[in-house]
Design a protein around this ligand. Structure first.
Ligand code: PMP
Length: 386
């Protein structure tokens, strides 16, 4: 962070802006000025929260359920989450191993805060979620990117992980399905990664948004894994700020202490909405998954037609990570150029690590009509760009 004076904590120097949010905020400014903007940058479902979940949240507010809850979260919600682990993955997770937070973002903060000492290393596939290195560096840790191969669908390769394990390695951070690549780890890969023996942190926020075989949970292979998940993506509940983490048996206390101090509890009405969402289960997710699947195919086709490279079909989440080297060597400048020129907001690949210097990430959590309109605007612009 340039220009930091002695007033600021040194740890801030490690923090980078979340570029997707910078593009979003510029796009919103253009909208306020009257421009027509199509949002393909932000990782946010364009669907409403399931009606019954929203109604449960409103009913809780109307009934005066507006106070702190137990710091771990409502028992009813933790039991429902526990039930999901049993029914989805066949793993037993005691509700006392579940901590309900304000989005999985806060769960990431607690986890790295509780696990990392300065100099500890965390391995993760790259391209990666932009906030991971920032969380890790905030606590003095080192983010160790493990390159992935586009021709292998950007799946994390256990051999590449092993090569980077050192005495300072504290954890292996998994994200399957991946933001930004949509890569889904096969069960074999997951088992091989668990075999390495490094503690696993698994960000499973895009589970259920998978277009082939369902994604496996790290808990199926590593009972001592730390798992992060939440309601934002699968139930289109980003603004409710509701997520959770699962800790290994006997390991919750330090995290609970962090929550008691930093948050006290997640909002009770959001937790009530979460209980209702889990009761709906896949009946709420299946129609969204079907719509995303159709949009996924359309987006890949449109990107190919525009001259972007998509070497492998993304298998989960709602993103396409596309090679834009035909048009740019600077994805950040390109994202802002496209936004100003066409009103289409996309995410610059560089936000997801150096491998994305010449790439863009397109979110297809947008209507087919908007996806087509965006492609038509970009196509016209690029044809005349010279
Ligand atoms: N992990 C990944 C991989 C994400 O893409 C996101 C949101 N973009 C999060 C965690 C955080 O989501 P939330 O805080 O809404 O649960």
């Amino acid at each position: 962070m340039a220009g930091l004076s002695g007033r600021w904590a040194e740890r801030l120097g490690a923090m980078q802006p979340f570029l997707v949010m910078e593009v979003l905020e510029r796009a919103q400014a253009l909208q306020r000025a009257g421009r027509s903007v199509i949002h393909l940058e932000v990782g946010e479902p364009d669907f409403p929260t399931p009606t019954m979940a929203a109604e449960a949240g409103s009913a809780a507010i109307a009934a005066g359920d507006t106070h702190y809850t137990h710091s771990l979260g409502l028992l009813e919600l933790r039991e429902a989450i526990s039930h999901r682990y049993e029914s989805h993955y066949g793993v037993a997770v005691d509700p006392d191993r579940i901590l309900v937070t304000c989005g999985s973002s806060l769960a990431l903060l607690y986890l790295f805060g509780a696990l990392l000492n300065p100099g500890d290393e965390v391995l993760a596939a790259t391209p990666h979620y932009p906030c991971y290195p920032n969380f890790i560096r905030f606590f003095g840790g080192t983010f160790v990117p493990v390159p992935t191969d586009p021709m292998d669908g950007y799946r994390l390769d256990p051999a590449e992980v092993r090569r980077r394990v050192t005495p300072r390695t504290r954890a292996l951070l998994l994200n399957s399905p991946s933001n930004p690549t949509g890569a889904v780890l096969t069960r074999d890969r997951m088992a091989a990664l668990a075999d390495i023996g490094v503690p696993i942190l698994s960000d499973e926020i895009y589970h259920d948004l998978v277009y082939g075989e369902p994604a496996a949970s790290a808990l199926e292979f590593s009972p001592d894994a730390w798992v992060l998940d939440g309601f934002s993506k699968r139930f289109a509940m980003t603004g409710w700020r509701l997520g959770y983490l699962v800790a290994p048996a006997g390991c919750m206390r330090p995290l609970q202490i962090l929550q008691q101090n930093f948050l006290i509890s997640a909002a009770p009405f959001a937790q009530r909405a979460g209980v209702a969402a889990l009761a709906l289960g896949d009946s709420a997710v299946a129609p969204l998954r079907e719509a995303y699947d159709a949009r996924r195919r359309l987006t890949v086709k449109l990107l190919h037609e525009l001259g972007f490279g998509v070497p492998a079909m993304p298998e989960g989440a709602f993103y396409v990570f596309a090679d834009a080297s035909r048009y740019t060597g600077d994805s950040l400048a390109f994202a802002f150029e496209l936004l100003e020129a066409t009103g289409v907001a996309i995410a610059p690949g560089i936000d997801f690590g150096d491998a994305g210097r010449c790439a863009i990430r397109v979110s297809y959590a947008a209507s087919e009509e908007n996806l087509r309109e965006a492609a038509s605007r970009i196509g016209e612009y690029l044809r005349n760009r010279g």
